[in-house]
Design a binder for this molecule. Structure first.
Ligand code: HEC
Ligand SMILES: [Cu+2]
Length: 352
């Protein structure tokens, strides 16, 4: 009786966990709610494999149940031994051939999709973005467009965007579950994959390769907007004047402080090449700070005063600058008004 109770309790806990955990995850961070070409292909494969596995499971369970019932030890026939069938050729062939057929059913679409997702034949006439992974932030350099961004990757919907990926330090892995599978980043070899978003939206991305203390905070976003909105965004980004004067006096002072302290040494504004820190050209249009924190003035000030406490081990923590709280507020005012485009993450979310 006690043993049964224990089993029921375990079953109860599993059932409960299944219910609760199935509520975990966000829609735009899930491979099970695919919104892109690669993720849809992957989900198809998952479903095919699952179908085959369920088929095998059911068949085995049915045979198992029949055997248990039919061949029980019966009263009066305790010594009975059923006819032995080892070495039965027909049976051996059948249960060798069936798994082969099942594996072929899984293998054909797997191989086809693998080649399809690795296909780079359209790369030349597509949008190419050079992606760099850094501890613990992402950099995006739009090839031939004179556009550099960090953390937020804008792409047009309905077309393949080729990502040529490398890391500046340790291994990272680029993963936007709702759009595609993962791709590792390596310091020397460039790895290429394409993503294609079928619907507008803001898709969360993660670093999927342990890369240090703040690995779990190395988040980014893919912002998929309509092709027209994307063209508008490109134009806006190309027309940014990195030296443009802010409107308010505080922001103007902030701009000066940003230049006088070492900030500008690590953070580019405008399309100058990748620096040691995130490009801040469209910082005011972002919805998160450092990939993970709420994009509020308070948080930005806290970040400038003590980046280590918000993202342990990050490379700004040992930077050499000395600003007061008041100065940090002015710098935040300056950074927040860096809003070069009307195309923002909100455009992707409202136009669905
Ligand atoms: C030694 C280089 C360095 C210096 C100097 C530096 N930063 Fe940074 N900064 C970084 C790095 C690296 C990150 C990315 C940290 C991370 O997310 O891992 C960063 C992140 C940021 C972010 C968040 C960016 C984002 O993408 O959300 C802001 C804002 C910022 N820095 C502002 C400043 C300001 C203001 C100064 C000057 C007072 C400054 N930084 C000085 C390297 C630097
Ligand atoms: Cu990483």
């Amino acid at each position: 009786m006690k043993g049964w109770m224990g089993k029921f309790r375990a079953l109860g806990i599993f059932g409960f966990l299944m219910l609760v955990l199935s509520g975990c995850g966000k829609e735009n961070l899930s491979a099970l709610t695919p919104k892109g070409y690669g993720s849809k292909a992957a989900l198809n494969l998952i479903n095919i494999s699952l179908g085959v596995m369920i088929f095998v499971f059911v068949v085995v369970m049915v045979i198992y149940a029949i055997v248990i019932v039919r061949f029980r030890k019966k009263k009066g026939r305790e010594d009975y031994i059923p006819p032995q069938t080892e070495g039965n050729k027909a049976l051996e062939v059948i249960w060798t051939v069936i798994p082969i057929i099942l594996l072929v059913i899984i293998a054909i679409p797997t191989v086809a999709i693998t080649f399809d997702l690795a296909d780079e034949s359209a790369a030349d006439e597509s949008l190419n973005v050079n992606v760099t992974g850094n501890q613990f932030w992402w950099h995006f350099n739009y090839e031939g467009e004179e556009i550099q961004t960090s953390q937020d990757l804008y792409i047009p919907t309905g077309e393949k965007v080729y990502l040529n990926m490398k890391t500046s330090d340790v291994l990272h892995s680029f993963w936007v579950p709702a759009l595609s599978g993962k791709m590792d980043l390596h310091p020397e070899n460039e790895n290429t994959m394409y993503i294609q978003a079928d619907e507008e939206g803001v898709y969360d991305g993660k670093c999927a390769e342990f890369c240090g203390t703040s690995h779990s905070l190395m988040d980014f976003k893919v912002i998929a907007v309509s092709p027209e909105e994307f063209d508008q965004w490109v134009e806006d980004m190309q027309n940014v004047d990195p030296e443009a004067q802010p409107e308010t006096a505080d922001a103007q002072e902030g701009q000066q402080l940003f230049q006088d302290n070492s900030c500008i040494g690590c953070h580019a504004i405008g399309a100058s090449p990748a620096a040691t820190g995130p490009n801040l050209t469209n910082f005011g249009d972002r919805t998160t700070l450092a990939g993970v924190k709420e994009h509020t003035k308070d948080n930005i000030v806290d970040w400038i005063m003590d980046p280590e406490s918000m993202k342990p081990g990050n490379k700004m923590a040992d930077a050499n600058y000395d600003v007061t709280q008041e100065e940090a507020e002015k710098i935040a005012d300056y950074l927040l008004q860096l809003q070069p485009s009307d195309i923002t993450p909100e455009s992707a979310e409202t136009n669905e």
